[in-house]
Write a protein that binds this ligand. Structure first.
Ligand code: FAD
Ligand code: UDP
Length: 365
């Protein structure tokens, strides 16, 4: 066989696996069905602005090993994500913190904010939250839930907040300080020059074939390598034999503006249910690009169907049960390793993908 490993997908997981195996002296081939490498972290230059083609990507982690690892491929800036939410013509700071509570209720002290939230929580009567709505109310009360969570969540996921798992919202911190940093992690930033160079460096010296859909040519490709690392959707690998897992898809509407600064912030969320998009990203603010024009992207969520890109796994009970069946099948596949957001059907952030890819490779002989 010509290669030791065939890696399906050149996203973060595939690129790290390829890099580490190549470093160990293994012969590696990467196939990618898109026309470019990088998966969803791909960035593209637009006259000095690095456009996050598949949505805003901010690297954050508490894991020093992961942080040092990504910094060995690119220098990161000190970008801090502090998105705003626009609701009925008024701007609110995110994540939920004293600025948000002041904007909503006019309170100025943590005690006043806590008193309001504690009172609003009482509607749950001490019950353990069973779904996203209850989880949100137990954390921040009904006012914040109605203005900043319900509409956004229901359009993002296409499901009622009462039908969604609580963990989705656990990602967002609630703080009784005036701190607009969306993440609580120790390390945070954006690679200066965009993410694509990071993947390019990882894949340096490795054969990569773009515009190749592994599943359409698996018989020929399987003959090229003894082992496969597969990072595409797990249900598609098995021809949807147990039925389709549900994903959320997105449409990105990217446009240029002749104005140098359109919205004054990298990310503004639109939390009203009636507005069809969830957020507008102004890419130049990730790196403070000094340009006379700007590039923005509106993000429209939609249900996934074959032919669309699957961006988010829907980790509700029904889909988690279906995933387990595919997982059992995957375990029976000798010589195929399933990894990354789509093959593990997990709402992974980048730092989790880095850790998982490094761990997976460390277990291979
Ligand atoms: P992917 O990037 O999806 O890569 C999989 C690759 O496999 C793709 O390139 C795909 O084309 C290819 N592929 C699939 N099937 C085949 C096939 N049959 N043949 C060949 N190739 C195939 N994380 C953060 O940490 N911070 C953020 O701010 C953040 N923001 C996000 C915003 C959005 C809108 C989205 C969707 C995700 C965000 N993430 C963020 C998560 C981040 O994108 C993922 O954790 C990471 O990119 C997953 O890497 P991956 O390699 O597992 O998957
Ligand atoms: N969310 C919300 N309002 C917001 C931002 C987020 O209700 O203004 C909820 C929503 O359910 C979303 C989840 O919090 O899916 C996680 O948000 P995050 O910004 O971390 O999502 P991602 O960047 O992964 O799309």
């Amino acid at each position: 066989m010509k290669f030791d490993y065939l890696i399906v997908g050149s996203g973060l997981f595939g690129a790290i696996a390829a890099h580490e195996l190549n470093k160990q002296g293994k012969k590696v081939l990467v196939v990618e069905k898109r026309s470019h490498i990088g998966g969803n972290i791909y960035t593209e230059d637009n006259k000095g602005i690095h456009v996050h083609k598949y949505g805003a990507h901010i690297f954050h982690t508490n894991n020093k090993e992961v942080w040092d690892y990504v910094n060995s491929f690119a220098e990161f800036n000190r970008f801090t994500n502090s998105p705003l939410a626009l609701y009925k013509g008024k701007l609110y700071n995110l994540p939920f913190n004293m600025n948000t509570f002041h904007q909503l209720w006019g309170v100025t002290t943590p005690q006043e904010a806590m008193a309001i939230i504690d009172k609003q929580k009482q509607e749950l009567a001490g019950k353990q939250p069973q779904n996203l709505e209850e989880q949100a109310i137990s954390l921040v009360g009904r006012d914040v839930y109605e203005a900043l969570i319900k509409g956004y969540t229901e359009k993002q996921w296409g499901r009622k907040a009462t039908e969604l798992p609580p963990f989705i919202i656990s990602r967002l911190p609630v703080r009784y300080t005036y701190d607009n940093n969306y993440f609580s992690d120790r390390y945070q930033g954006i690679p200066i020059g965009g993410y694509t160079q990071l993947i390019e460096k990882m894949l340096d010296g490795i054969e990569v074939r773009t515009n190749v859909d592994y599943l359409k040519q698996r018989h020929e490709l399987d003959k090229l390598a003894g082992k496969i690392i597969y990072t595409g959707p797990i249900d598609e690998y098995f021809d949807y034999c147990y039925g389709m897992l549900e994903y959320r898809s997105l449409t990105f509407d990217t446009y240029e503006s002749e104005q140098a600064n359109v919205q004054g912030n990298a990310v503004i969320n639109y939390t009203e249910a009636e507005i069809p998009f969830t957020r507008i990203i102004e890419h130049k603010h990730f790196e403070g690009s000094d340009t006379t024009h700007s590039v923005l992207t509106k993000e429209y969520p939609s249900e996934w169907k074959p032919g669309l890109e699957p961006y988010y796994p829907v980790n509700d009970e029904k889909n988690s049960a279906l995933y387990k069946k595919y997982r059992a099948l995957a375990k029976e596949q000798d010589n195929v390793i399933f990894g990354g957001r789509l093959a593990e059907y997990k709402y992974y952030d980048m730092h989790q993908v880095v850790a998982s890819a490094l761990y997976t490779v460390s277990k291979l002989n």
